[in-house]
Design a protein around this ligand. Sequence first.
Ligand code: TXA
Ligand code: MG
Length: 323
Amino acid sequence: MARILQPTSSNLDDIAAYLQSGEIAAIPTETVYGLAGNALDPRAVAKIFKTKGRPAQNPLIVHIESLEQLSSIADISESAKVLASLFWPGPLTMILRKKSIVSDRVTAGLQTVAVRMPSHPIFRELARRCSFPIAAPSANPFGYVSPTRTEHVQQQLGDQISFILDGGPSEKGLESTIVSLSTPSQPELLRYGSISLDSISVALGIPVIDKVNRVDSGNSGLISPGLMKKHYSPNTPIELFSGAVPEVNSNEVVLHLFWNSDFDPKQLYLSETGTMEEAAQNFYHCLQFLDQKHFNKIYLELPPKGGIGDALRDRMGRAAARG
Ligand code: TXA
Ligand code: MG
């Protein structure tokens, strides 16, 4: 079992020193919990891959706390400056050309690096105490549902790590939007998240190419879990529906998007207030909770397209994909 640490000043000092010594720990961000280590320390990077069971071809996101720190690891293009000023700190990851200080282990041999400046106040408190950028994939075993609460990390990785820093439930609940600026004149969206493709296009003043469902990760050189057909998957089979509610037997369960006044107390839903933000926030938690009940099947209600609905539809589709 890992120890769950409250974010007191002395615990934050201790975790920063622990990471500095080449160790790894789970930490909160506003999207999902991350499995963090010093991005510039090969020992920490190796431990991250091993603990997650993550294939070496899958590059890590490097988290920063300031733009000065960013300039030490990546080339900052004009478009990167624009997006940073509008969306950072926040749930946006940019793919930029890397500097040589970032090792091939972190980027899986690519000449680009994924970077993000999280907004979670506890993350920022920790990062300010660290003299290094923080590599952190989502703190789940490779392919499983991402963690949005300390208990999820404890269940999934608690026997492999010593500390989980408690930052409460993740506010967004889905991983960051990923945009590639490796060719600045041709920005590409690689993963849906809370920040929409349209808002990035508007900010840059040029169209962003939606690559999310157009990259065949099997054939391209890069295997990107965010782009894999099956990912974020619980063990229970998932079926998606929209419109008519499926009839289920007692071994199956329906997870609705929004609460409705016709519901009896047994019906399950992602949002009580009827907002897509709240549905996204609760999605992984509900999935992990239901996965432990060992139903034969979980039916998920698909949100309509647009905005965060796109990110949620995307995660539901990957959770439901087989093999
Ligand atoms: O919200 C998030 O982004 C969370 C929190 C912890 O920050 N992190 C996260 O990391 O979701 P991870 O490792 O689970 O997903 C990172 C995604 C993967 O799909 C990876 O392949 C892609 O980013 N990626 C990393 N570096 C890349 C690069 N240089 N080019 C293209 N894709 C990259
Ligand atoms: Mg992940």
